[in-house]
Design a binder for this molecule. Sequence first.
Ligand code: GLP
Length: 241
Amino acid sequence: MRIIKTKDYEQMSTIAADILGAQIISKPESVIGLATGSSPIGLYNNLAKRCTEGRLDFSAVCTVNLDEYVGLSPEHEQSYANFMWTNLFSKINIAPGNTHLPNGIAEDLVSECASYDELIRSLGGIDLQLLGIGHNGHIGFNEPADFFPLGTHMVKLTSSTQKANQRFFNNIADVPTHALTMGIRDIIQARRILVVVSGVDKADAVKRMLTGTVVPDMPASILQLHRDCILVADEAALSAL
Ligand code: GLP
């Protein structure tokens, strides 16, 4: 894994935007896997600015998001579909039909997961997958487990993940208990992976991701095996190394 150390969140966001932007410049019809959470917001702001200034063109880009909460409609304020619209899609020249997220209110969630994997396959796989990491090392919503899940599936969120995401909801009871997430195979088969991490609260997870054994109990540890994975992290996130 290549590691780029930045002084802070702002510089992390700029450098990550340079890398993601370079991917789109070199392949305008790239399939980009996207993430939610606080980590990529600065990167998304950077991409939007570059698009407004005519320096990046998303007209041929396709996106597939990592995950979505079960039970939240795309219109729900805290759905990841709404997050993506608010933080990125509404600000760039991407065709809305080229943006994809799992449908957390599908009647048949099992077939929704199978269709999402089929969609990724039909797009020719993911050129660049953007990731943040959770405090427990989760990627997407692949929580620590005793095996690496393969394709898109439904997960029960751990209480630590629910607590971490509580800040976006009025109270813990409103945080969904389940989510649909791409599996580890979907993520690790992306041709390039870009991970953004910021803050001292992630330092221990970063250390375990980079130096620990590759185990499903630490899902992000599998990134050690990827041939083209770039970690852009600020000093605070790298402080435990
Ligand atoms: C969420 C998302 C992940 C994200 C992670 C970290 O639960 N499902 O995709 O990477 O948590 O979030 P943050 O960047 O807000 O710390």
